[in-house]
Design a protein around this ligand. Structure first.
Ligand code: G3I
Length: 333
């Protein structure tokens, strides 16, 4: 890896984190991670399908490894994620072959409670922040709530239960509600209304996570700034939890090689976003990029398989304009 460039984490006034897995703690990826990042989030290894594939059978090999690695290297850990509609095994919403219905509300909440209590207790004191619920908003619904099985069966009670139990299990952890597209006004307002309502009831939501999966055209720093200011009024902590900047503005284009001017453009998007984060460092306690380097991005397989390098470091672990957009914009082409 390059050792003649600044550590990214030293260039920002908040924790700079990265999504990771075991492979990315090894070899040069591990060196890059430790040199440039001060926080970590497991990309997949703490999701329900990874940690409780069958009822009551918990699998913590990967999660334990990652938590111990972070502790050893003094990295802040974001737990991700306790309740989501995706990457959740089918058994959670079934009784034998039968799909659960609202009449099974108590059973589903019991499963949720057991899952969350087990995870949060296991890592008590070692996980600074948890994404307690993920992607619960659908701004196209009249009430703003995603029609997940969680919601269909329990209404808002799964959110209430999730935060209550996480707080009981580790009162010292900062508890987040996490979502994407929060930079867009309708989603922002739907999330804002939910957080305000639940906090008024006493639900222990400490923070709002903005995923920030954006692209080179739609990485609207001014929208992001409006969102941060809006939630600041609620007095919640805020974190940027899954930042990446796709080089495409649609779901079909592909490049054989990404042109230099597109990578430069991407660098400017990173710069504009980090200008906003730095200005709001008193509201934002951490910014996490969603992958150690371009070779590990989820975007190379979503929504189609194509070359899509969205991160500060390329496949060869070399700094891109995106890196300079964060570290030193005067070096942008
Ligand atoms: O583990 C299997 C492996 O055994 C199999 O051979 C391989 C073949 O496809 O798939 C592997 O599972 C993949 C998994 O990542 C681990 O690499 C899944 O197919 C793939 O769908 C999964 O994608 C993850 C995605 O969440 C799924 O929802 C991404 O890595 C992960 O970065 C992404 O993260 C989400 C956040 O949790 C929430 N916000 C959106 C973000 C991006 O989708």
């Amino acid at each position: 890896i390059q050792t003649d460039i600044p550590s990214l984490k030293d260039t920002v006034p908040f924790t700079l984190g990265v999504a990771f897995n075991r492979a990315q703690t090894l070899g040069e990826h591990g060196q890059l991670l430790l040199r440039h990042y001060g926080g970590v989030t497991p990309g997949n290894d703490m999701k329900w399908d990874a940690t409780e594939p069958e009822e009551g059978r918990f699998t913590f090999t990967e999660a334990d490894y990652l938590v111990n690695y972070a502790a050893e290297h003094d990295l802040k850990f974001r737990g991700h994620t306790l309740a989501w509609h995706s990457q959740t095994p089918d058994w959670v919403f079934k009784d034998g072959d039968r799909d659960l219905t609202p009449a099974d509300r108590a059973l589903l909440l019991q499963r949720l409670e057991n899952h969350i209590r087990t995870l949060v207790t296991r890592y008590k004191g070692k996980i600074a922040a948890w994404d307690v619920v993920n992607e619960v908003i659908d701004e196209n619904q009249p009430d703003g709530m995603r029609r997940s099985k969680w919601f269909e069966i329990t209404g808002l009670d799964y959110i209430r239960t999730a935060f209550r139990v996480a707080h009981e299990a580790d009162p010292g952890a900062t508890l987040f509600i996490n979502d994407y597209n929060t930079e867009w006004p309708r989603k922002r307002e739907a999330l804002y209304d939910l957080v305000r309502k639940l906090r008024a009831e006493g639900v222990p939501i400490d923070g709002v996570g903005h995923q920030l999966h954006v692209n080179i055209e739609q990485a609207p720093a001014s929208n992001v700034e409006d969102t941060i200011e809006r939630f600041a009024a609620l007095g919640v902590d805020q974190q940027i939890t899954e930042l990446d900047v796709s080089v495409y503005t649609d779901f079909v284009s592909t490049y054989d090689t990404v042109p230099q001017d597109v990578l430069a453009e991407q660098g400017y998007r990173y710069k504009e976003l980090f200008d906003v984060f730095r200005r709001h460092a008193s509201q934002i306690s951490s910014v996490t990029v969603w992958g150690v380097a371009d070779d590990g991005t989820w975007l190379s397989s979503f929504p189609i398989t194509r070359l899509n390098p969205p991160l500060p470091f390329d496949d060869e672990l070399q700094a891109k304009p995106a890196y300079w957009g964060i570290a030193d914009p005067s070096k942008l082409p």
